[in-house]
Every structure is written in C-alpha cells, then in structure tokens.
Ligand binder design. Sequence first.
Ligand code: ADP
Ligand code: MG
Length: 729
Amino acid sequence: MSSALRFEVISKAFEKKPLVIPNREDRPSEFFAKYVFNRQKMFKYLPAKVYKKMCDVIDNGTTLDLATADAVAEGMKRWAMELGATHCTHWFQPLTEGTAEKHDGFVEHDWKGGMVEEFSGKQLVQQEPDASSFPSGGIRSTFEARGYSAWDPASPVFVIGDTLHIPTVFISYTGEALDYKAPLKKALKAVDKAATAVTQYFYPEVTKVISNLGWEQEYFLVDEGLYAARPDLLMTGRTLMGHDSAKNQQMEDHYFGSIPARVAAFMKDLEIQALELGIPCKTRHNEVAPNQFELAPIFEETNLAVDHNMLIMGVMQEVARKHGFRCLLHEKPFAGVNGSGKHNNWSLSTNTGVLLHGPGKTATDNLRFVTFIVETLMGVYRHNGLLKASIISATNAHRLGANEAPPAIISSFLGKQLSDLLDELEKSSDDEVKLDGKRAMSLDIPQIPELMLDNTDRNRTSPFAFTGNRFEFRAVGSQANCAAAMIVLNTAVAEALADFKVRVDALIAKGVEKNAAILKVVREDIKTCKSIHFDGNGYSDEWKKEAAARGLDVESSAPLMLDNYVKPESIEMFKKMNVLSEAELRARLEIKQETYTKKIQIEARIFGDLCLNHIVPVAKRYQKQLIDNIKVVQGVFSDKEAAELTADDMDIVRQINSHCTFIIKNVEALVDARRVANKIEDERSKAIAYHDTVAPLLETIRYHVDKLELIVDDELWPLPKYRELLFIR
Ligand code: ADP
Ligand code: MG
C-alpha cells in the first residue's frame, strides 16, 4: 500500500455511490422462507404418508428409514429444481470457524449415453466429506481420516443460488463428534429430558421442553476500498495498529442514531435475503461505536437458531460486498471503541406453550418459575469457569474485561424484585413463606404473587442477566458459533435439574408433600449458588476482588480459561448428561488451544511485516525530509538562528528515531518469541507462550507505531487511519 493509494481509496470511499436498494412489492409474510423446504413445502411436495412420517421424525426424533428418505429426496429435488438448483451440499459446522460445504451436481448416468437429474435418499441422509483437513484434535490420524456428515432433519434444507443446502452433523467413523452440532443436539436432548421431568411436578401434561435462543448479532461495516488498503484487517479481521480518532464514540451520537442511506440499503437487502431463507429478522439499529450495527431475529428453537446465525454470518458478508462494504464480525476490529458481541437470549419453554423462565399467574406457575430460575443459576454457578471457557477465544479476549463488555468473570444479574424474592425464600421457614414482607402463606398452597418483573432494570455490566422472561448471556463473541456457549449452558442446566429432581424425589419418598419438598430444595440451592448472583457494577475493580473471594473463576488468561474443559466436574457433567466423552473434550480443548496460537501467530507475522515494510520506511522518509530541511536552514541562517528555527524539527527527528529504533528492536524480539513458542510441542504450553510472550509485544510495539502516526506527515502515511475507517459511509 502506498500513500498515493491511500488517498485514492479514501476519495473513492467518499464518493457518492448509487444506492442498490432492493425493491419488493410483496410483504415479508409472503416471501418468508421462500427458499426453505419447510412443513408447508413438505406438505405440497411429499406424499401424505411421507409427510406424516417426516413430521414424526422432526417432532419426536424418530429415525428415518431409507425408503422414506428416498421419497423425501425426490420431493425435495423437485422443489429445489423449480428454484433453479442444480447441486446439493451437506452443510456442516466443523470445529474451525464458519461452515463447510462440498457441492455435488444432481447428475447421474442414464446408462444410455446421457444424463439424468438424480438425488437419492442416501445422498440426502449421508455423505463422506474427506475429514482429514478439518481439525479433530487428534481424534483421528490422517490415514484413517474418515468422517461422515448426516442430515439433521430438525433443521430444514434450503436453497442458496444453485445449491440445495442440507444441514448436517459431522461425525468421525468411530462415532466422535467433529463439529458443534452433534454435541449441541445431545445437550438439547439432555435439557429436554431433565426439564420435562421437573416441569411435570407442576404441569403433568407437558411431554417436551424446548430450549430457545434469540441471538443479537453485532457487526461493523467498512468501505471495501479502505478495507483492502489495510493488510491487517484483511488478514486478521482487526486493525493491529492505528491511533484513536479524535472523535470516536465519546459523543454517543451513533447509538440508535439514524441509519446512513448506504447502510440502510445494505440492511434492507440483508433482511430480505434472510427472510427468504427463513430467518425471522426483526430488529436493526446502530450500535455504540461508529460504523457498528446490530441485527436480531425473533428467537427460535436453539438448534435452528444456531444454524440461522451461522447462515446469516455468511449472508452478511456476501450482501456487504454487493453494497461496497466489508462486514467485520471480529470481536474487536478497532481499539478504543466498543467491540462486538453476540448476546444469546436463552430460555426454556414447554410443548404446551409455557415459558419456564417467565412468571405466570397461579401459585403453581410461580413455584415453577422460581425453580427454573434457581436451577439455572445452579448450573451457571457450578460451571461458571466452563461457561467462560465456552466463549473465550483469541479474538473475544480483546473484548472481555475491557470496560465495554462483561468482565472475564461469570456472574448473574437478577434485578431487585427477583433478588428480594429469592432472599425472602431463603430466609423463610419450612412452614411459612413470606413475600414482600406482607403475605404469608402455608406451604401447601405456595402463593408467590404474580411478579411484575421489571425488564427495563438492565445491568449492562453483567455477563448473564435475567431480563424478564429469559437470561441473556452477553459474553458470547460476535464471530463465535453460538453452539459452543449453548452446549455448555444447556448441559449445565440439565445437570442441575436432574440433580434437583433426585433430591426432591428423595424427600417425597420420605413422605414430604411435593410442593414442600420442592421449596425445601429450592431454598437449599438459593443458598448454595448465592455467590453467582451479583447485581452490582461488573466493571469495577472491587468486583474482581470480591468474585475471587467468592470462589468464582477469575482467570483472565485465555489459554488458562480453556483448561476448564477438562476439569473433573466438566468431564463428569458432559459424561453424565451424555453430551461429550472425555476423549471428545480433550480433542476440543486441543483444537481451541491450537486455534488460539494460530490466530496470534498470524497477527504477529502481519504486524511485524507492516512495521518493517510500511511504517518504519515511511517514518524514515519523513525524517529525511526534516533533516534535509534542517540542512537547508543551517546553510541560510546563522548558527544561532538556525538552531532556534530547527529546534522543533530536530525534536521530531529524534522522536522518530527513538520510535523506529524501538519498533525495529522489538519486532526482532517478537520474531524471537515466536520462534521459541513454535518449538513447544504441547498445545497448551504453546498457547500459554503465545499469550504470555508474543501477544503483549504486539501491544507494546503498537504504542510506538501509533505515536509515529501522529507525527509523520499525513501525506506519507500508508494506511487508512481510524478516522477514515470509522466515519466514511
Ligand atoms: P435487547 O433490548 O436486549 O436488544 P430485544 O427485545 O431486542 O432485546 O430482544 C433480544 C432478543 O431476545 C431477540 O432475539 C428476542 O427474540 C429474544 N427473546 C425475547 N424473549 C425471549 C425468550 N423468552 N427466550 C429467548 N429469547 C428471547
Ligand atoms: Mg440484548
């Protein structure tokens, strides 16, 4: 990148471009799920018997026989071909980031020298992508790298462009999960089982509990020309250098501000495509940082919501390109302004339509409500370190702990009413429960007054906040697969509920009345998990001290946080709930450690290159200009006058010199640190070395680069600056 090019891309970015505003006459309800083979399409394209069987497979998880699969494939093919599809792909979520696919045409020999369009049940149900290039954490050695993807009928197939996409799980031939979806589905099954059993104390008619997820996706948009002129952004998704813009978010004028026309056109286009793909988009707005935005759909069943989030992250990037933008999903593309997260709104509900995390009207409803709140807290309390491990990554580490996002400590905000209620319950005696200090009640008719839960009482500093009828897990990173967090959360809550049921049943067996038994155990648990409850300011330093005193996980080094995956209580939980085996957990951990290392390795390489071949040469060129000028002045004026006239320039020359010397010396140190770390074989130790020795150098050197940016002539500076990246639309 030359400075001339910088000006060219800036002026292009400022140019008024024709807006590509999609024009649609029909309403969202008319084009919603146009490209999705949902129940409506199944009904239309499948024989009645096959349709019924498919509904049973989807609703009750019954297995699909090959004859039915063949019939489904036939109808699916007909539908997809009407939409112009010529290929199909199994679409899966390997343990890298993003999704993977391998396209096959709908073609077969007709054995008469021609071709026929064919798509069999077998192709629909199972494929064997070469698994050797996907991370497996040592589960399979390369020579036996056989894995297969298997259709997940709970997530409907969809068409993008000319390709029918089939959501699948990805498993090794020996049965281990190689993706996010296989364990997610198991976690959802575990929470369904445990929660249904507990729900039946209150509503015996309930036969299924559904886990819900409503994600809120934050992102940045950057003009594509400027993006291309920043090799760091291009290669790592974030800027590794760049001085603060004089104006950034301090005016708070971007949040919920009016949406710029070019961005609005992008959003509209994105929403249309998302709706056509069956993603129920609802909310869009500006976020806190300049050029930062948010998109949120209506919540859905968690498995589907996860697929939809993965899908939309891809669609966002495509649509952004069409509008001359790049969409940045990185958690921290720019230092000094807010990063991006993906709030995961989570709740449980029944097949009869009851929101288990929401208060209700009757006494039974409220005892159920308290039970589910407290047992959720129990799960989060017991596995707070593991929950943190589920959301940490090299990229999200930039966001956590900074004063803009939840700290690197998991705690739960409940709000005043709910806190008071739990306090009352905790203090109450076995035969009397007082609420609001007024109402007394006997245990056989628990009358928890209908709660008017104030969901405006938000505490933005809490990583796991109760917001009226759901919990909002806010620590999830913007580019993460939500499944990682959802696997842990749902499994932890399943374990807590299962354990709760055992203890309540034991009391009932001893002759304690059911509601009394429930209250007794709830009360016990309120006491046990008290330390996870924190309504105060999560950003404060006092909280860090207090959390440590409470025994919560306060580890702040990302590689060490990951250790939680293989703590005995984590291994036991995943095993007991039948979600992941110890071997799978160890494999996952290794992949996470390796990914952590690689991310920082790439950053360090690009950063070193940019320092040595972009920044230092330009700084020296400017330094030479100054020296030349000083020489001219010295030739014209007397020594005394010249000394006065050149004093400022001399000062800058010295500053440049000292910054450049520091940069060159420390880039060498950075290369050395990498070299040492690369020799380490054990993935954990290597990740720790990268965290402790490589990553900090990036920050130290950056300080000097950013100082140079302030003093070097703007005309020479080779990289688009923050004020250009963040304020151009
Ligand atoms: P915020 O004020 O935090 O931006 P919104 O009202 O925009 O909240 O909702 C955020 C997300 O929470 C949406 O995706 C919404 O569908 C989801 N949501 C609402 N209620 C529930 C619930 N009971 N369970 C799960 N998600 C929910
Ligand atoms: Mg929110």
